[in-house]
Design a protein. Sequence first.
Lengths: 232, 285
Amino acid sequence: MLELVDVHAHYGKVHVLQGSSLRVEDGETVALLGRNGVGKTTTLKTIMGLVPASGGAVVFNGTDLTKIAPHRIPGQGIGYVPQGRGIFPTLSVLENLEIGLPKSPPPEVMDHVFERFPRLKERLGQSGGTLSGGEQQMLAIARCLVLKPRLLILDEPTEGIMPILVQDIRREIAAVNKAGVSILLVEQNIKTALKLCSRIYIMEKGAVVHEARAEDLKDDKDTLHRYLGVTI
Amino acid sequence: MELVIALGMNGIVWGLIIALIALGLSIIFGLLDIINIAHGDFFMVGTVLAWFVLDTTGNYWLAFLIVPIIGFAMGVVIEYTVIQPIKNAAALSIVATFGLSIILQEGVRATFGAAPTRLVPPIQSTIQMFGLEYEVYRLFAAAVSIAAILLFFGFLHRTKMGTWMRAVRYDPETATAMGIPARKIYMITFALGFAMAALGGVVAAPITTVDFQAGVDILPFCFMAVIIGGLGNLEGTVAAAVMLAFFEGVMASFADPTIARIGSLCLMSIVLLIRPHGIFAGATR
C-alpha cells in the first residue's frame, strides 16, 4: 500500500532524512518510534509532500507521491492528523469537518462520522478552538474520515491529551483500523504504540534502523533501551 | 455647523471607500505575509481605468463591472510574477512591492499622461440632508462600498473558497494536508485584494482626482486603518477606516487638512500606546 524507499529530505542545508525506508500493508497498523528529533514527523510530512523529498520514492498504491502536488495527496486516499491536531480554531466544527471537500459530503458520510464521534454533532456550530484537547483530536480524526481514506497517518495523537481520554483515542484508532483503514502512527507513548500496532519501525538519525513485530519488541528490552531509552 | 456635518459625512463616505481598499491590504498581509507598498497604486489603477472606460465608452457604470475584473486579472499576473518568487521572504516584499509601485505609477504616467483629471459624477443630483444639499453620488458611493464589504464578508464566511482562505491564513501547511490548493488560494487572495482596491478606485474616481500619484496619498491611510483595527482583523479594519476618516473629516472643518492628518497620526499613536495590537485586537477571525 505505502512504501518509502530510501527517502531523503532536507531543511535548508540540514540533511534530516538520510535514507528512510518503511512500508505499510493493506489494513495494517504500523508505528514509527524514536527519540525526539530523529525525523519521525519529517517522515510523515515527506509522505504528505509538506517537506519535499530530495531523494528516494514515496509510493502509495503504485503512485509516486513525490511527483504530485501536495494538496492532491489526500485525494489519493491518505488522511493526515498532524502533531498538535491542526484544528483551525476560528473555523466552526462543521467547517473543520468539511474542509477537505469542495462540497458538503453526502449525509451518510456525516452520519457515519457522527455515529463514531457523537460529541462532535452536538458542537457543530462551535469554533474548533473552543473544543477540549480530546475533542479536537476526535475532530482531527473525523475530518480525515470524511475524506474516506485508505491510510490514516497520525502524528502523536495522544500528545497533550488528558490520560483519561487517551484510552478513548486509542479505541477510536483501533476502530478505524478495524473498518479497513491502514494506520501509520508516530507516537511517544510506547505503550500505546505497542498496544495498537502489529509492526514497529524505530528511527535514529534520520533513518529507520530497526523493524520488529510489536509482540517481539515488547520483550526486547535491550532494543527498547538502546533506541528509545525506555524500559517497559 | 453645516461645514462640520458635511465634512463629517464626507469622512464617513471616504472611510467606507478606504475600508474597501484596506480590506484588500489586510487580507494580503494576513494570508501572504506581504507588506504591500503598491496597494495604493492598485486603487490608483482603478481610478485611471474608470476614467478610461468613461472616456472610451461614455458610460461610467460599465467601469463598476469591467475595472474590478481587470484588477483581478492584473492581480493574478502580479502574484505570479512578483509575489510568488519572494514567498517565504517577507522582508523582500517591501522592496519588491515598492518597485511594483514605481512600475505602476510610471506605466500610468507614460500611457495616460501626468495631468490630474477630475470626472463628473455619473449622478449629479443632490438631496436635502441635515440641512445640507448633499451629493447623491456620495451616498451611492457609500452604498456600493457597504455592499462590496458585506459581499466580501459573505464570501469569506459563507463560501467554500472563503473557508479555505481562512484556513490557509491560519495554517497553510495543515490546509495543504487537507487537500486545499494553498498556492491557488494565495493567487486568488492577492487578485481579490487588487480587485477590491480597483473597485474602490472606480467608486472614488468621481469624488477625487484621477492622478498617477493618487495611491501615494491613500496608502498611509489604509495602513493606519489596518494597524488601528488590529493586524489581520478584517472587521476591525473596516471600523477603524470609517472612524479615522470621520475623525479626519471633522478635524478638517476646523483646521488645515495637513493638521487633520497629523491629528489622525496622533490618534493612531495614542491607540497603539494604549492597545499595541490595535483597538480590536483579540477579535481576529
